[in-house]
Design a protein around this ligand. Structure first.
Ligand SMILES: Nc1nc2c(ncn2[C@@H]2O[C@H](COP(=O)(O)OP(=O)(O)OP(=O)(O)O)[C@@H](O)[C@H]2O)c(=O)[nH]1
Ligand SMILES: [Mg+2]
Length: 295
């Protein structure tokens, strides 16, 4: 997980701390560092900002040794995540009579699996979750969610294929109200994000459901494309928070940082595997410890 990003930071820190007194050597190391970051899914703007901040500290005479270097990098990376604020969807659910989340994302990113994992988390915290299959488009979509539901013993509300997904979502809310559910997790169709019909469909679902949160799910393995998806969905329908999946198989490391920076919305959870336990609340310190050496 995030191994390459760690290697880049570590190697830069090791080399740079030896040449802190030679501006020329340091500047060329920073240039190299920047390119390495970019080739590991760190958005260009992020790599640029990190480098600029670093050089500013060097110019101000604030970086005298390796410890200073590590401290500055940790602080700058942390501040990118902190600027987005954090949304605790587990705690927030307790404040509402019926807490509604709509999940967005292109196909195959892990929406359905993530919803099942989250449903388990909610149940463990004493909530009564209902999962809703508002993908009435793709053959198999309803069955997939139902299969998860059966495995974890959590009910799934389904609709007819070809019916209006917004109507399915609406019926699901009424059903949830009547049966005492308090968390509703709505799965949507994952077609290409460039599909204008999909966007209109999502807008309609959102209008009807009035979700407390719209959560985008992206697959870390898609790298820069995940960042583009985040930008697209945020502009099209507005994203409140992001869940990044498949980080267990993801070495580059830049995706969470780039998304937080690019759309300014919090990364709230990460998918770390294929079992129902493999969803973790995103923790900045944990991320820092994975990608940067200790001071
Ligand atoms: N390794 C790993 N695999 C994951 C993770 N999350 C999801 N997957 C796998 O990714 C594949 C796709 O997951 P789905 O949940 O079906 O994705 P989806 O977004 O619902 O896909 P569509 O319904 O086709 O849009 C499945 O094989 C999941 O097991 C994760 O965190 N780690
Ligand atoms: Mg799905």
């Amino acid at each position: 997980m995030f191994k390459r990003l760690r290697n880049i930071f570590t190697s830069f820190i090791n080399k740079a701390s030896k040449v802190l007194l030679s501006r020329e050597d340091l500047y060329s190391l920073v240039e190299e560092f920047k390119l390495e970051l970019v080739s590991n899914d760190v958005a260009f703007e992020v790599a640029e900002e990190l480098s600029e901040k670093l050089l500013k500290h060097v110019e101000a005479g604030k970086i005298r040794d390796r410890g200073d270097l590590v401290r500055v990098l940790r602080r700058e990376v942390r501040s990118i995540f902190e600027k987005t604020g954090f949304i605790d969807i587990l705690e927030e659910a307790g404040k509402h009579h019926l807490y509604k989340i709509v999940f967005l994302g292109v196909n195959g990113v892990g929406k359905t699996t993530t919803i099942a994992k989250l449903a388990v988390m909610y149940r463990e915290r004493g909530f009564k979750p209902l999962m809703v299959a508002a993908d009435t488009f793709r053959a198999g979509a309803q069955e997939q969610l139902k299969q998860h539901g059966e495995r974890i013993g959590i009910p799934v509300f389904t609709g007819k294929y070809g019916s209006d997904p917004a109507a399915v979502a609406f019926d699901a809310l009424r059903y949830a109200e009547n049966r005492g559910y308090n968390v509703v997790l709505i799965d949507t169709a994952g077609r290409m994000h460039t599909d204008i019909d999909l966007v209109n469909e999502l807008k309609k679902i959102i209008r009807v459901v009035k979700p407390h949160r719209k959560i985008l799910v992206v697959d870390a393995l898609t790298g820069n494309d995940a960042v583009e998806q985040a930008r697209f969905f945020d502009e099209a329908v507005g994203v409140d928070a992001v869940i990044v999946t498949k980080v267990d198989a993801y070495e580059q490391g830049g995706v969470p940082l780039s998304i937080a920076y690019t759309i300014g919305k919090p990364i709230i959870m990460i998918g770390t595997g294929q079992t129902y336990k493999d969803l973790k609340v995103f923790d900045i310190d944990d991320f820092l410890d994975k990608v940067l050496p200790y001071e």
